[in-house]
Design a protein around this ligand. Sequence first.
Ligand SMILES: *Cc1c(COP(=O)(O)O)cnc(C)c1O
Length: 395
Amino acid sequence: MKTLSAAEIIEIESRHTSGLYGKQPIIFVRGQGALLWDIDGVEYLDCASGHGVANLGHAHPRVAAALAEQSTKLITLFETFYNDQRAALMQKMGTLVAGLERVFFCNSGTESVEAAIKFARISTGRPGVVAAMRAFHGRTMGSLSATYNKKYREGFEPLVPGYSHVPYNNIEALDKAITSETAAFILEVVQGEGGVYVADLAYVQAARRICDERGALLIVDEVQSGFGRTGTWFAVQFYDVTPDLLCCAKSLAGGVPMGAVLIGPAVKNLTPGVHGSTFGGNPLSCAAGVAALEAIEAEDLPRQAAEKGRYLMDKLRQIDSPLIREVRGRGLMVGIELKQKVQPYLKELQARHILALNAGLTTIRLLPPLVITYEQIDHLLETLTAVLTADLSAE
Ligand SMILES: *Cc1c(COP(=O)(O)O)cnc(C)c1O
């Protein structure tokens, strides 16, 4: 391949892009841990992690080695045949959450949600899906129907019938919404795109009880909150609740595209041919997944996320800025809600070589790799303090 200049890269991508992405004029070519480097060698601190994919940091040596080795052995194999890497990953995943021993593999977050919803319908023989307001569950038709924000839904109606939305953290509304026609209630126990909102203990426990009483299944979407991000393997483990279906993807395989659904004993009728995926459970992604889970364990990343998240949030709460309405989150899934739109502040952070995300219009979302160092967190805090005490509201 001929080496492309910076100008050529931007010109080619701009000419051929689908148009679906608001592009930033930076070309990243390399990463290591929580750092990214652009084509000119300029260093950035990544507090976005590709929307929560790079929990292990970029170019994790364990994942890189597993990919290199497996790619010379076997890359693809349909799940009708057995495979050593898949078995190893199933064994690991089947012990992460007590009670969820079965696993379905796919390739993305939205596919894991699609699968969970199909499993709930085929299992219960019911059509209804209840989701929460502000929820984000993905962009394909079934998951989009569970996603709340009209920004994602508009222009794509009619969506899938049978869906309804209830206010988050409201037990009474949930109690009314879940009926004998409900297949499942789907919930992010920490809402990501919706603004970094943490579910109340009583709410998640009530959701479990109400679903049990009515014969509905509980789906927890941990596509963003999973794999150590919030200080435990999965955020739902804070609640002493076991869902029937747990959706995951994003950081599951250390950055390699992969999704999965963990499946509990109440889920029935998953028989050959009912659902499937061509790429699901391929040996290459599974090898990366095994390496990623081993690295999370070896580096005790859930504990690191809990400790670093506490440190970060404590310090954020000490920033004396009239702009800040609230700091909230769990582990290294952190939201800073401002009294104004966050876009100018994100732009200013980027100009100072820190990448962060929004969550809705007024919340800055920080999803750094869990391997971020305390020095890097201090640098983030210094920069945030400077940016949030400057007045950018006019920009
Ligand atoms: C990102 C995300 C999805 C969708 O994942 P994709 O891989 O982009 O399809 C679903 N649910 C949640 C909670 C997410 O954060």
